[in-house]
Ligand binder design. Structure first.
Ligand SMILES: Cc1ncccc1-c1cc(O)c2nc[nH]c(=O)c2c1
Ligand SMILES: [Mg+2]
Length: 214
């Protein structure tokens, strides 16, 4: 059977990246996806905004919704302090092994746990099954229609604390209007908008930071 685009991305990383070097894994994916085949990684431009917010958050426990090929998991995990950990939720079973392999090539397998399934099913288990207390940082990059309901789930399951930082991708395109409605003009959140561009394209996109105020 023909290989998938995601498998071709993994092949490129496996062949070209330096084992254990997260930067070279990111560069390899960005090069492949800007020159060969577009893919929905957060990419190098919005990746710099992600880096900035992760450094600001300096999280001990981080959560990512939407692993895809593991690009943003590598991006986040490479900045984590030794005691910190990233949980990344992915529902597409084809992407999970590819992301695991790419994270391993980056040498970050001890920093990242990929949880296969739907966020709405896994979020309620984070405290009981994965021993999470509260989340210091959450990167929302899965399905736009799920940003708002999954954020509400995080609130309802007591996973956010005063100062928890949420960062959402694709606020511009494809857009997440109900998420913006939920966090903006909401006394429990302090929001910041970061205009940018769609990964590897000239089309406008944006990210939104929402700090939970308790
Ligand atoms: C796929 C696509 N086509 C055209 C324009 C944008 C997208 C796009 C871009 C992203 O960064 C995405 N991130 C997470 N999940 C997505 O579904 C997704 C979709
Ligand atoms: Mg995205």
């Amino acid at each position: 059977m023909d290989q998938s685009k995601e498998q071709r991305i993994l092949n490129s990383v496996s062949y070209n990246a330096i084992k254990g070097d997260a930067e070279s894994v990111l560069d390899c994916i960005d090069k492949y996806c800007s020159q060969k085949e577009w893919a929905m990684n957060v990419g190098d431009e919005k990746g710099l905004i992600l880096d900035k917010i992760v450094k600001e958050a300096d999280p001990t426990v981080a959560l990512e919704l939407g692993t895809y090929c593991g690009y943003s998991a590598v991006r986040i995990a490479r900045l984590l302090k030794p005691s910190a950990h990233l949980f990344s939720i992915e529902f597409n079973a084809e992407f999970v092994p590819i992301a695991k392999e790419i994270i391993e090539i980056a040498g970050l397998e001890d920093k990242v746990t990929i949880l296969e399934g739907h966020a709405q099913d896994i979020i309620p288990q984070l405290k009981t099954k994965y021993n999470v207390d509260t989340l210091d940082f959450v990167f929302l990059d899965h399905w736009k229609d799920r940003y708002a309901p999954d954020t509400i789930l995080l609130e309802q399951y007591g996973l956010l604390r005063k100062g928890s930082i949420l960062l959402a991708d694709n606020i511009g395109f494809p857009g997440a209007p109900d998420f913006l409605k939920h966090v903006r003009n909401n006394e429990h959140y302090e929001c910041t908008h970061y205009p940018s561009h769609l990964e590897y394209m000239k089309a406008p996109d944006a990210m939104e930071k929402a700090v939970y105020l308790g």
